[in-house]
Design a protein around this ligand. Structure first.
Ligand code: ADP
Ligand code: MG
Length: 158
């Protein structure tokens, strides 16, 4: 199932992310792709909020690569921007991180495509223009994502 959204503000992006976050379960991997400033980290804040983690605690992990948050559902926030690619990610234990017990969010996921689970949830940002973003979410056809579809309907493109 691919849902296409138009976000007209950071608040819209947060709302879409919270709706997705509410549908996530332990073991899910969310792969975020899009240019610098597209809104990937902001989206992670919204997902985290839905999982019970205060949004101000979620910051860009670019310099740390991996940040783990304890919460009702553990959250692992990864940013692979500074890694050279899949082999280096593999060396630092990316497979283990991606198969952990919590929800895993990966920024710049296109750099480690080979390591991503085939059933991961893809979030792609494109056509950034001032405050507008196009966001495509590709999620498995599972009933729990129907709730996400309903909760995010006002941002969907028709
Ligand atoms: P990334 O992690 O993709 O590099 P960030 O989430 O760190 O991007 O930053 C996105 C920036 O773009 C923030 O400063 C945010 O306020 C701004 N912005 C403006 N409009 C939007 C929008 N519709 N959705 C997301 N971010 C937006
Ligand atoms: Mg970021």
């Amino acid at each position: 199932m691919i849902l296409r959204f138009t976000s007209d503000s950071p608040e819209d992006t947060l709302a879409i992310a919270r709706a997705l976050g509410a549908a996530l379960r332990p073991g899910d991997v969310v792969a975020l792709t899009g240019d610098l400033g597209a809104g990937k980290t902001l989206f992670c804040k919204g997902v985290g909020e839905a999982l019970g983690i205060p949004p101000d605690r979620i910051v860009s992990p670019t310099f740390t690569i991996v940040t783990e948050y304890a919460g009702p559902v553990p959250l692992t926030h990864i940013d692979v921007f500074r890694l050279s690619g899949a082999p280096e990610a593999d060396e630092i234990g990316m497979r283990e991180l991606l198969s952990g017990d919590g929800v895993c969010l990966v920024e710049w996921a296109e750099k480690i495509t080979e390591l991503l689970p085939t059933d991961c949830i893809q979030v792609k940002f494109s056509n950034s223009d001032d405050d507008r973003r196009e966001i495509a979410v590709d999620a498995p056809d599972l009933p729990r994502f129907d709730d996400f579809r309903e909760r995010s309907i006002r941002f969907q493109q028709h």
